[in-house]
Write a protein that binds this ligand. Structure first.
Ligand SMILES: Nc1nc2c(ncn2[C@@H]2O[C@H](COP(=O)(O)OP(=O)(O)OP(=O)(O)O)[C@@H](O)[C@H]2O)c(=O)[nH]1
Ligand SMILES: [Mg+2]
Length: 327
């Protein structure tokens, strides 16, 4: 199992800057020349809590600034900003923890999971786009979300536009099983076919889409396990990544989802979707402090190009950027 650092570095050349799309009122807080006083600290706390970094995190940061101010070490907003920035940049794993893991030989399999509407299918389109266009990988996607015909159609449209292969089952009439429930094409069977197709067609990366589910839906969680089991059997070492897609606009809820999901499936990394247009970018810090999971990618819009690999330093810089970085 190897990392693919050198080539992967290419992904870091951002296609779209986080700063261009990240809305935050952190920028309006640290006005140059402003003196620290109780009002400033109060406003800082409210702003941070609103950014969804978590109350404890917000209190800790404000406490840090307050104690330095009381000790006479800092006086103005710029100095406070430096304290906050360096705290935000610290405490992440090294860049290697955020790299995508590739198979040494044979297809790499990325399994993608998450709650309904988190952004899974769109994020898969982004991964396919990056892997194909930035790394020159031969990519295949697998429509293992068989619950809705529309889900298969959505993935098909992306695959066609991006120019990657897709494995799907023909939508048929739902089959009624023993307990009277109607079921659709078996998602694990689609995954089986995709693994075989990926091997025989010399695919580099197979990305498996799955239906949205909640960790409380036992049968659906078992189904996820079944898909995973099939992948493990067909391709040794696979899935190389199980990526959990979180919707950044749901803030603290996203953190809780990740905690619950990772109790049931071995999540290896996070894809934080919808980071554009949310004032809750602070959720990234809550993730750092609460979860042992690396944020590997961030989604910054609805098209396949709206994606970046996650870089804490760049992210924090973007949070504080006063002029949107339209360079
Ligand atoms: N602004 C923005 N919208 C996004 C992003 N990612 C996904 N979306 C939108 O979120 C909605 C849901 O995205 P999907 O990719 O269909 O989500 P999903 O998790 O596959 O949904 P289900 O399969 O129904 O569970 C769509 O309207 C997407 O365009 C993002 O990074 N930014
Ligand atoms: Mg979907």
């Amino acid at each position: 199992m190897g990392f693919f650092s050198k080539t992967f570095d290419k992904l870091k050349q951002a296609l779209k800057k986080t700063a261009e799309v990240l809305t935050t009122d952190v920028r309006t807080l640290f006005v140059p020349g402003r003196q620290i006083d109780d009002g400033f600290l109060e406003q800082m706390l409210t702003t941070f809590i609103r950014s969804d970094m978590g109350v404890l995190n917000a209190e800790r940061l404000v406490g840090e600034v307050r104690s330095r101010w009381k000790a006479g070490k800092i006086r103005n907003a710029e100095e406070a900003e430096q304290v906050v920035r360096s705290e935000m940049i610290a405490g992440w794993g090294g860049p290697e923890t955020r790299e995508l893991r590739f198979a040494d030989v044979g297809p790499t399999v990325l399994m993608v999971a998450g709650v309904n509407g988190a952004g899974k299918t769109t994020s898969i389109a982004k991964l396919a786009y990056l892997l194909k266009n930035q790394l020159g990988k031969k990519v295949m996607v697998c429509a293992s979300d068989t619950f809705r015909a529309a889900a298969v159609d959505q993935l098909t449209i992306w695959a066609d536009r991006i120019g990657v292969e897709i494995v799907k089952h023909k939508p048929g009439a739902p089959v009624v099983v023993g307990d009277g429930k109607s079921v659709h094409a078996d998602p694990a069977a689609v995954a089986f076919d995709a693994c075989e197709a990926a091997k025989s067609r010399g695919i580099d990366v197979l990305i498996v889409d799955t239906a949205g589910r909640l960790h409380t839906q036992d049968h659906l969680m078992r189904e996820l396990g079944k898909i995973r089991g099939v992948i493990e059997k067909r391709i040794p070492g696979a899935p190389h990544e199980t990526l959990l897609v979180l919707d950044a606009t749901t803030g603290q809820n996203a953190v809780r989802q990740a905690q619950e999901f990772s109790k049931v499936v071995p999540v290896t990394g996070l894809f934080l979707a919808k980071l554009d247009g949310t004032a809750r970018g602070g959720v990234v810090l809550a993730i750092r402090d609460t979860l042992k999971l690396p944020v590997k990618f961030v989604g910054l819009g609805e098209t396949p190009a709206d994606v970046e690999t996650f870089d804490p330093e760049r992210f924090v810089t973007a949070l504080f950027e006063r002029e949107p970085a339209g360079k």
